[in-house]
Each structure stands twice: as structure tokens, then as C-alpha cells.
Design a protein around this ligand. Structure first.
Ligand code: AMP
Ligand code: MG
Length: 331
């Protein structure tokens, strides 16, 4: 990695306003929350969200947590139920993330990696609060570190862990001092019949159970209770079969192109072969084609480098036949 010259700026009102402007213009900004420092992107801008995955060099599209300024903004982004309201009243702003059905279509599907659910949180850190109020948009923000490294709990850690602004990293790092909680938020999935603890974190299980009763615990892979959403079958899987490395559409197939060599009439992940643009389009284009009267979706080869690795990981999993696919069940 080249030397990171991203400015670390004390988070006064001027710096926060500058950061908000950068976010709204599509740049990434690292900012403090009470849990860890986050790498923020405008959640409604698919290409900015794609740049988060690229900067972190995540090999997969794990869903990201969307940060909003208050419960009202969270209720505009995701569908709340009574349990969600109780938890929001008890613990927000604070280190608790709720997974709920998606509501706001402006939020990029890449944020939730194609899932029908959205993870939302109202952070309590005053800098995060002011930044979210200034931007007026939901901000997707995973921890501001390279995939596989430990989460940053001070502004200086971010510089060591991420590329600089000139090589795809954040345009600036807001310095709000050390994080007071220092571990990630607790993630509770409220999108199924019973609440499930997806990740232990800053709010204890006991405190949550005191408000809403028992939580189902995460358990072994392939069990009924999902552990990590990226690995689960409940991750959005197209109904239509997917054929990879296609060069043209066979009869009955929809065609998803990539780059300038794709046929002119194909839906194209990116005409200019830009992997960020392709990542931003991936889930919404597959959903569109999946809803049309075709028998299969043929997808052109996407280069297996940078964000292309995460795109191919997702495509390969989507291409695996699932015995429980709706088409098999209904036929
Ligand atoms: P991080 O990237 O460190 O901020 O972690 C985000 C956490 O939230 C991960 O554990 C994700 O699996 C979880 N998460 C985010 N969105 C969802 C979702 N829609 N469904 C389930 N878990 C989610
Ligand atoms: Mg993380």
C-alpha cells in the first residue's frame, strides 16, 4: 500500500460540514462512533457503497450497517414492529443495530448485499450525530479497517489500516478522540418471527432480554438460526438459473453483460468495465432480470480482481442450484 496522506481533521463544526459535503458528493469519509471508527458512504449512492467494499478489500459483499440520525429516520428506512420500537426507545442512540425489512428504495441494494432486510443504527457519538444531521442521508458505515484486521478505535488507526484518498480510501478522517465503547454494536435480527442475536456487542444480551424477553442465539452454520448473513441461503437467490462466463444469450436466456464487448442490446453491469459501477448495479440488475419472463440469466465474465472478486463470489453462489428454490417447489 502507498503511504496514506489522508488528512486527519479535528472534528469541529467546520470539519463536520466539509465531511458531510464530501459524503453527499460521493466520497468516503471516516468518522468516529462510540463503538469504532466507521468508513462512511452515502447509502443511497451505489457507487460510493461499492467503493467501501473496494477500500476494505472485502472478498465478499457482506451487508453493511446504515447509520441514521434518529429513530424517525430509521423508521423511514426500515419497517419497524413493536419489538423494534421498544429496543429503539431503550437503547438509541447507542451501540445497538436492528435488522428489519427494507423500506426506503433509495438505499442501494448493495448496502444489504441483495437482502430484503436492512441493518440500521442510531449512533450516540456527538460527531456521528452532527455528521448525520448535516448530510440528511442514511450513511452506510462498516468499521474503517481492511477486511480481516481489527477495528479502529482512534483516528490514527484508520490511516494505518486503509488506503489513502488518492488510492480509493476516505477523503478525510474526522478525529473525535478514542471510542468510548470500543467494540462493535450488538446486532439483533427482528425480521423473522423471533428476535435473533446475530452479533454480541456494545449492549449486553441481558440488557436486551430485560426489555424484549429471550433472544435466540447464533448457532452453528446450516442450522435454523442464521449466523452470518453472507453465508446463508436466505441471502437473495434468484429464481432463474444463472449461467456464468457466457459470451452470448441462448434462446430463452436474459443476458447480463459487462464492458464494451457486450452486445448493444444487453443490460450491462458497466459499459466501461468499471468494477465499482458493476458492483453498484449487480443486485438491482439481477432482480430486474429475475422478474422478467426468461428461463435463465446468462452472465458475461467479470475479471476476478479487486471488486470483481466479490462480484464473482456473489454470482457463483447465485449460480448454485438450490433445491428449495421457489421454481422447484412450485413446479
Ligand atoms: P461491520 O461491517 O463490522 O459494521 O458489521 C456489520 C454487521 O452487521 C455484520 O455482522 C453483518 O453480518 C450484520 N448485518 C448487516 N446488515 C445485515 C442484514 N441485512 N441482515 C443481517 N445482518 C446484517
Ligand atoms: Mg468490521
Amino acid at each position: 500500500m502507498t503511504e496514506n496522506r489522508t488528512p486527519i481533521v479535528p472534528a469541529d463544526s467546520v470539519a463536520i460540514a466539509t465531511a458531510a459535503k464530501q459524503l453527499c458528493e460521493g466520497s468516503l469519509v471516516a468518522f468516529p462512533t462510540e463503538t469504532v471508527y466507521g468508513l462512511g458512504a452515502d447509502a443511497t449512492n451505489g457507487e460510493s457503497v461499492a467503493r467501501v467494499f473496494a477500500a476494505k478489500q472485502r472478498p465478499q459483499f457482506n451487508p453493511l450497517i446504515v447509520h441514521v440520525k434518529d429513530t424517525a429516520a430509521a423508521e423511514a428506512a426500515a419497517r419497524f414492529n413493536d419489538t423494534a420500537r421498544k429496543l429503539a426507545d431503550a437503547f438509541w442512540p447507542g451501540p445497538l443495530t436492528l435488522v428489519l425489512p427494507r423500506l426506503d428504495d433509495r438505499i442501494s441494494l448493495l448496502v444489504s448485499a441483495g437482502l430484503d432486510t436492512l441493518a440500521v443504527r442510531v449512533p450516540g457519538h456527538p460527531v456521528a450525530q452532527e455528521l448525520l444531521a448535516e448530510t440528511g442521508v442514511p450513511v452506510a458505515a462498516p468499521s474503517a479497517n481492511m477486511a480481516g484486521c481489527i477495528s479502529p478505535t482512534a483516528a490514527g488507526h484508520v490511516v494505518f489500516s486503509l488506503p489513502g484518498a488518492d488510492t480509493g480510501g476516505p477523503g478525510m478522517i474526522l478525529d473525535g478522540g478514542p471510542c468510548t465503547v470500543g467494540i462493535e454494536s450488538t446486532v439483533v435480527d427482528l425480521s423473522a418471527a423471533a428476535p435473533i442475536l446475530l452479533r454480541p456487542g456494545g449492549i449486553t444480551t441481558e440488557d436486551i432480554e430485560a426489555v424484549i424477553g429471550p433472544l435466540a442465539q447464533p448457532s452453528a452454520p446450516n442450522s435454523e438460526v442464521p449466523k452470518s448473513p453472507g453465508m446463508q441461503d436466505r441471502h437473495y437467490a434468484p429464481v432463474l438459473p444463472i449461467r456464468l462466463d457466457a459470451t452470448n444469450a441462448r434462446p430463452g436466456e436474459a443476458f447480463l453483460g459487462f464492458g464494451p464487448k457486450a452486445p448493444d442490446d444487453a443490460i450491462n453491469l458497466s459499459l466501461t468495465a468499471d468494477l465499482s459501477e458493476a458492483a453498484a448495479n449487480l443486485f438491482s440488475m439481477i432482480r430486474t432480470l429475475d422478474g422478467l419472463p426468461f428461463e435463465a440469466i446468462a452472465v458475461m465474465t467479470v475479471p476476478d480482481q479487486g471488486l470483481g472478486r466479490a462480484i464473482n463470489d456473489r454470482l457463483r453462489r447465485a449460480a448454485q442450484p438450490l433445491p428449495t428454490k421457489p421454481k422447484d417447489v412450485c413446479s
